[in-house]
Design a protein around this ligand. Structure first.
Ligand code: MD6
Ligand code: FE
Length: 219
């Protein structure tokens, strides 16, 4: 599938795919791109979490992150007092990270392609779980070796307020609501844009959480 950035309401009904929002040069919000796959994705998240449980990393400064995280793929993102990095093994189990489910790899490749990035083959998938009190402060994703590859980010569960800034931390931010099934793809001139999660919507269901998958080419 290719994106028609100038799609009209009429085109949407033809393709079943809403037109993309342009967040910036090379950065797109594909609304609902993963909506039909949410239950398969959630089942695969649960399978990964059974092998590599969600945990709250410490920041290099020693603070417990409010977002719970785990990984699948050849390498996983790790944070502790020694810093941020990618590693092939889960520090908790000392085992390799679980392999990336086929449903994840296919979605990441297809979403990247829809945004104009052909041949995206992620080697890392970070799984984030947000309870209603969790936040992710403004940051850049720059621990990856290959900054030419885009990042693909998938939302499941509770809606969230995503912060989209600029190339400097002090640049003003735009607030974007992310709903389950939304996919954000960014790369090129936007690859190092500052971004974060201001919060997720509360729910009467105490079990309710938001999951986010971010796919990267890390090594
Ligand atoms: C989140 N996402 O949506 C956090 N990073 O839960 C990210 O930090 C992120 O969505 C890089 C690229 C896309 C993202
Ligand atoms: Fe990020």
């Amino acid at each position: 599938m290719t994106l028609d950035l100038f799609a009209t309401a009429h085109d949407d009904t033809d393709t079943g795919q809403a037109p993309a929002d342009v967040l910036g040069p090379g950065a797109f919000l594909l609304r609902g791109f993963a909506r039909s796959r949410l239950s398969v994705l959630q089942g695969d998240i649960d399978a990964v979490v059974a092998l590599a449980p969600l945990r709250h990393w410490l920041t290099p400064g020693g603070k417990r992150m409010s977002v719970a995280m785990t990984n699948c793929g050849d390498v996983g993102w790790i944070s502790d007092r020694a810093g941020y990095r990618y590693g092939s093994h889960d520090p908790l189990s000392k085992q390799r990270w679980p392999s990336m489910p086929a449903s994840f790899t296919a979605l990441a490749r297809e979403a990247a392609e829809a945004a104009g990035y052909r041949g995206f083959a992620p080697d890392a998938c970070l799984i984030n779980r947000y309870s209603p009190d969790a936040r992710l402060t403004l940051h850049q994703d720059r621990d990856e070796r290959d900054l030419d590859a885009p990042i693909v980010s998938v939302s499941l569960g509770l809606p969230a307020t995503f912060l989209w800034g600029g190339l400097h931390r002090s640049d003003r931010t735009r607030r974007v609501r992310l709903e389950p099934g939304d996919v954000v793809v960014w790369g090129g001139p936007s690859r190092l844009v500052y971004h974060g999660i201001a919060g997720v919507e509360g729910s009467f269901d105490a079990q309710a959480v938001r999951y986010n998958l971010t796919f990267r080419r890390a090594r």
